[in-house]
Design a protein around this ligand. Structure first.
Ligand SMILES: Cc1cc2nc3c(=O)[nH]c(=O)nc-3n(C[C@H](O)[C@H](O)[C@H](O)COP(=O)(O)OP(=O)(O)OC[C@H]3O[C@@H](n4cnc5c(N)ncnc54)[C@H](O)[C@@H]3O)c2cc1C
Length: 391
């Protein structure tokens, strides 16, 4: 396993729970504490439950049974009550917790398990393969090493060295503007009526997202043309921007600030011989809808099931082509489409189209049967069912 992000850790745990020996190499010296994903969707919680770690994650997070679409002028447009999914999942809610909480929990479980060799400060740099296995080239403080295994899962993130070394194309687009995440202990719910812990707030000029995580609120918004990463994170510039979204007249305590380039890309193949891509090394998308990490974990579980079958002699190598057949179309046709649609909704400038889109959301959210269909899609249940139906 290359990479101990959420996807590498969860995939490794699935394999280790079934007695498959796993070596995990992670370039960083410790688990990354980056502030990226914060939402775990219901089917992902079911998977983490099967792996015995969901209660630990819930214990560190916030249960979120309702999320919202809002508009800066109209307030709440739609309340999405995940309770309508009670027959679809054991966890009819989203859990708000930063992704580093999951990697720490899973990583610590993994490191105590027999058959797991967990190596920090070990950077994968290249790979060779033959009929029997894979040789992974790694760089450590003590020099270069070669590690041997039957298969390699490349969960080494969006800039995947493994994907690049295999020459797998990563076509798509990068948005011209950077996006910013700002965290503050300030309670935005004091200023916005009936604010849910996750709220996508539409505005033709200034859309943004509110996300609550334990002890903090996060505000996600795009920078404007011409803003540079250095300028936008300057204290005074940030203070002014946050006042635009929630004017208080008082200074905000800003605990974290990060500017991100945002992309929409999918690898041309998830498999090259004995090397399999999963998570951000295989696909990246904008964070509107919280589908990147969740989809990556769904890849990891799908792939791990197949590796277990092959390891035990219960499945053929062709199963790994099925992994690509099942998971790539979900990234291309479901996740890329949904995240682009989410962005288009928030930034819609045409008043007639905005009205029409909001009316649809209102009507759907108020009809339990249609709300269930909508939430099965936004919670990624439909995508998992569609993948499972692909032979
Ligand atoms: C602002 C923002 C908000 C987001 N919110 C959400 C959300 O709410 N829900 C959601 O589902 N997704 C969200 N995402 C996306 C999510 O963060 C990613 O999809 C997720 O981190 C992917 O996990 P991963 O394990 O594939 O990759 P990563 O998290 O990038 O982990 C890769 C790991 O590999 C290591 N690594 C890199 N190169 C090497 C190497 N050569 N050798 C060894 N190790 C290496 C890295 O150090 C890292 O630990 C968000 C993203 C952003 C930017």
């Amino acid at each position: 396993m290359a990479g101990a992000g959420p996807v590498g850790c969860v995939t490794a745990l699935y394999l280790a729970r079934r007695g498959i020996p796993v070596t995990v190499v992670e370039a960083a010296r410790d688990f990354q504490e980056d502030l990226r994903a914060s939402t775990f969707h219901p089917p992902t919680l079911d998977m983490l439950d099967d792996l015995g770690v969901v209660q630990m994650l819930i214990g560190e997070g916030i249960i979120c049974p309702v999320w919202q679409h809002r508009d800066t002028r109209e307030g709440v447009v739609a309340n999405w009550d995940l309770g309508v999914l009670r027959d679809d999942t054991r966890h009819p809610y989203r859990v708000q917790a930063e992704q580093f909480r999951l990697t720490r929990i899973v990583g610590n479980v993994l490191r105590g398990m027999p058959g797991v060799d967990f190596r920090f400060a070990t950077r994968a740099s290249g790979v060779e393969q033959d009929a029997d296995g894979v040789t992974l080239h790694v760089e450590t403080a003590n020099g270069r090493e070669r590690l041997r295994g039957r298969y390699l899962v490349a969960a080494d993130g969006a800039s995947s060295a493994i994907r690049k070394s295999l020459g797998i194309e990563f076509a798509g687009l990068t948005f011209p503007e950077l996006w910013l995440v700002v965290s503050t202990p300030h309670d935005f719910a004091r200023h916005f009526e009936r604010l849910a812990p996750i709220a996508y707030v539409a505005d033709p000029d200034n859309w943004f997202v509110f996300v609550r995580v334990p002890g903090l609120w996060r505000l996600l918004f795009p920078t404007r043309a011409g803003d540079t990463a250095e300028r936008i994170v300057e204290e005074e510039v940030l203070q002014a921007r946050v006042q635009e979204y929630c004017p208080t007249g008082a200074r905000y305590e800003i605990v974290h600030r990060t500017a991100y380039a945002v992309h929409q890309r999918v690898a041309s193949s998830y498999r090259k011989g004995r090397v399999l891509l999963a998570g951000d090394s295989a696909h990246i998308n904008n964070p509107l809808g919280g589908m990147g990490m969740n989809g990556g974990i769904h890849d990891g579980i799908n792939l791990a099931e197949k590796l277990v079958a092959i390891w035990r002699g219960e499945g053929e190598d062709g199963l790994l082509d099925r992994y690509d057949r099942q998971r790539r179309p979900i990234a291309v046709e479901v996740v890329q489409t949904a995240t682009l649609r989410n962005k288009a909704l928030l930034e819609e400038r045409d008043p007639a189209k905005r009205r029409e889109k909001f009316d649809v959301l209102r009507r759907v959210s108020e009809d339990p049967r249609r709300a269930r269909d909508y939430l099965r899609q936004s919670s990624m249940i439909t995508g998992l069912e569609r993948a499972a139906a692909i032979t």
